[in-house]
Design a protein around this ligand. Structure first.
Ligand code: SF4
Length: 199
């Protein structure tokens, strides 16, 4: 039986953030989010019931047609859904499957890359940390950097560490630059897709 997911949007584009910046990837944005960040720029994704249920077979067909080698499953909070059916079918296409999560729900599915973007007011589940390939923390103040360090302690030693300024304010950039210069295990992640004006 084909499984359906509520899909807000899906498109082939360029990964704009983090370790895979600049690499083409097919984005699947699954609707539904239980985190509700006040700064969220995809609030339309919060209510899963507002979006069409799309079968895995159809999603995989679109990925195949695009020629993408990487698929990024994002949201919303994609781990609110069991990603096993979708990721299993995607792996049959021999693509890398990435997920971007706040860690508010358990890991599911066959995932090649897990990006954790933790939120202070809804902390990740402790069982998520061991799977994290990339930790990305949005920074506005010193408190966010302290939070980023405490989250990094919970991740594997091999996890790539990123601090990211908010898109619409340059306020935290001097703080982040100074911190990364003095703590080179961290790097800066920018939302380059917004500079390039691509989705
Ligand atoms: S977790 Fe992501 S989708 Fe959910 S509210 Fe926060 S930024 Fe928006």
């Amino acid at each position: 039986m084909d499984v359906n997911y509520p899909i807000m949007e899906q498109y082939y584009t360029i990964q704009g953030e983090g370790y895979h910046t600049g690499v083409p990837a097919y984005f699947i944005r699954i609707a539904g989010c239980d985190v509700h960040c006040w700064w969220c720029d995809v609030k339309d994704s919060w209510d899963g019931e507002k979006h069409p249920l799309i079968p895995v077979k159809y999603l995989c067909k679109q990925v195949e047609k695009s020629g993408a080698e990487k698929v990024v499953i994002t949201g919303g909070e994609p781990l609110l859904h069991d990603l096993q059916p979708l990721s299993t079918e995607l792996k049959k296409l021999a693509v890398d499957v990435h997920v971007e999560t706040s860690g508010s729900s358990p890991i599911s599915g066959i995932l090649d890359w897990v990006t954790l973007s933790p939120k202070r007011f809804k902390k990740p589940l402790s069982e998520v940390y061991e799977y994290v390939d990339e930790l990305k923390v949005v920074v506005l103040t010193n408190k966010d950097i302290e939070w980023a360090e405490s989250e990094a302690q919970k991740c594997p030693k091999t996890t790539r560490l990123y601090l990211q300024p908010e898109w619409d304010t340059a306020e935290s950039i001097p703080l982040i630059v100074n911190y990364v210069k003095n703590n080179p295990q961290w790097a800066i992640s920018l939302q380059t897709h917004k500079f390039l004006d691509i989705p």
